[in-house]
Design a protein around this ligand. Structure first.
Ligand code: CFM
Length: 500
């Protein structure tokens, strides 16, 4: 049967529709149920819609200050960002004076109870003015709605419009309160729409060439974008705008002047490519630079668009010759090793084929936090028979996958890493990377090296797992004890309340 219910999900049978096992004999077009609210009771790994805007789309822009309109918790949470480094250089020759400013600074309105009762717009105004004063070099101020302000109903657009005129810089409001969608994916969408509606077409680039492109949905994780930039520079293609890795505010404003858009992360950023095509007639190509084969094919496709295929051929030949001996070494060591890939979405269809083709590794399971139907179709196409494809896994399922499928390694994020380690399984981070970049020719070699180093680390042979055989009666006694504790504590709490 293509759908599978995990042992741990016996009490929540609704989870069955979210787990599909690839079976080519299955005549249906089925894929896991996805892009819907997490089933109550599941300890999900997902983020919220606000995280989707600030943590993914806008957090990489290097010359803006972010003001989160929230009680302080969301601001602190909003501090955590992807590992997207930036260079200080701006298109007009200026430099951002604080190194990695986008990773280091965030501001918040610090809402209190009275703001919730009487409205928070005054505080937003005050905070934006303070931000402008504190960081005079920024070229724009981005503000964010959160659950609290979404519920109060503060008109952030009105405040932003008024302040843009007052400060003389773009002040933009992103209206994606945490609850506004089932996952961070909703925030990606809102981020795209807001940037398109408010910025694209509002400024002109200092100069243009016939080889200008928008590189969309590339966030420069651990330097990925810089690898691609090096390739495009050599081929003769100019990155007019980057959306949004190592990007400046102004670049977004002149995205309408490119000759072609490339969409790298197709989950988080196809929206803006569609809108730019519709309004300005700029075509776009969906691209994949993970793994040498896809990287070569896609560089060639882009180069052909501009009649620069000779340059691309030269680059591909040289790069392949350089990495091949090392790839052969890793393939020798990693052939037949099994892997479970767990990312937000796209990396689940980017990675299984290159891992198989270039390293001989078998993907036994893939899971995503927020992928949509189109992504699951790509995943289904690119994984082998019997691979488990899982939507929005809960923590207990993660453990069951490890115990049942016994992958040799897990490629995932930080939340899963230590579950894996506790179960004696190595893990390489593929969201923020270990020793990236992981994209392009040399990037794939870095990934191979990290996988090799993790699997072959001597530490796994030093672990000793003690079999703990908990008898049912003992477990019963333990639960009884816990119940008693709660019972004892209840009247205590009541007493405390009365005392108040
Ligand atoms: Fe796109 Fe990304 Fe991803 Fe993503 Fe992400 Fe990411 Fe990811 Mo983590 S933008 S959807 S929201 S490729 S942070 S760099 S790794 S979950 S698969």
């Amino acid at each position: 049967m293509p759908y599978k219910l995990f042992e741990v999900d016996k009490e929540i049978p609704d989870r069955k529709k979210h787990t599909y096992v690839k079976d080519s004999a299955d005549p249906t077009e089925e894929i896991p149920k996805c892009n819907t609210t997490t089933i109550p009771g599941c300890m999900t790994e997902r983020g919220c819609a606000f995280a989707g805007v600030k943590g993914v789309i806008t957090g990489a822009v290097k010359d803006v200050i972010h003001v989160v309109h929230s009680p302080v918790g969301c601001t602190t949470y909003g501090c955590g960002s992807k590992r997207y480094p930036t260079s200080p250089d701006l298109p007009n020759g200026d430099k951002v004076p604080i190194d990695q400013f986008n990773l280091k600074y965030i501001m918040g309105t610090d809402l209190k109870e009275s703001d919730v009762v009487f409205g928070g717009m005054k505080k937003l105004r005050q905070s934006v003015l303070e931000a402008a004063k504190e960081f005079p070099f920024v070229n724009a101020i981005y503000t964010y709605a959160t659950c609290t302000t979404g519920l109060i109903g503060d008109d952030m657009d009105a405040v932003a419009k008024e302040l843009s005129e007052e400060i003389g810089k773009d002040v933009i409001a992103f209206n994606a309160p945490g609850f506004s969608g089932p996952t961070q994916s909703k925030g990606h969408h809102v981020g795209n729409l807001t940037l398109f509606n408010k910025l694209v077409g509002t400024k002109e680039p200092p100069e243009t060439t016939p080889y200008d492109i928008n590189l969309i949905g590339e966030y420069n994780i651990d330097g990925d974008l810089w690898v691609l930039k090096k390739y495009f520079d050599e081929i003769g293609i100019n990155l007019l705008s980057k959306f949004t890795g190592d990007c400046s505010h102004d670049e977004i404003c002149w995205m309408h002047r490119a000759k072609l858009s490339l969409v790298r992360c197709q989950r988080s950023a196809t929206y803006i490519a569609d809108l730019i095509e519709e309004k300005y007639g700029i075509p776009y190509i969906k691209v994949d630079f993970f793994g040498p084969k896809y990287c070569a094919e896609n560089l060639m496709t882009v180069a052909k668009h501009f009649g620069l295929e000779e340059n691309a051929a030269k680059l591909i030949k040289r790069e392949m010759a350089e990495i091949q001996p090392k790839l052969d070494f890793y393939k020798e060591k990693l052939r037949g090793k099994t892997v479970w890939v767990f990312s937000g979405g796209p990396k689940n269809w980017h990675l299984p084929e290159p891992l198989k083709e270039h390293l001989g590794m078998e993907t036994v399971a893939v899971s995503t936090m927020f992928e949509h139907e189109d992504g699951y179709e790509k995943i289904k196409e690119r994984v082998g028979e019997g691979t488990v494809i899982l939507d929005d896994p809960n923590s207990l399922e993660l453990e069951e996958i490890i115990e049942v499928y016994k992958p040799d390694i897990i490629l995932s994020g930080i939340k899963e890493k230590y579950i894996a380690h506790k179960l004696g399984v190595p893990c390489v981070l593929i969201h923020s990377y270990e020793n990236g970049p992981y994209m392009g020719f040399e990037g794939f070699l870095n990934l191979a090296q990290d996988i090799y180093a993790s699997i072959y680390s001597p530490v796994w042979n030093m672990l000793e797992f003690e079999e703990i055989d908990i008898k049912e009666e003992e477990l019963g006694a333990e639960i009884e004890g816990m119940k008693q504790d709660t019972e004892i504590n209840v009247p205590e709490k009541e007493k405390q309340k009365e005392a108040l």
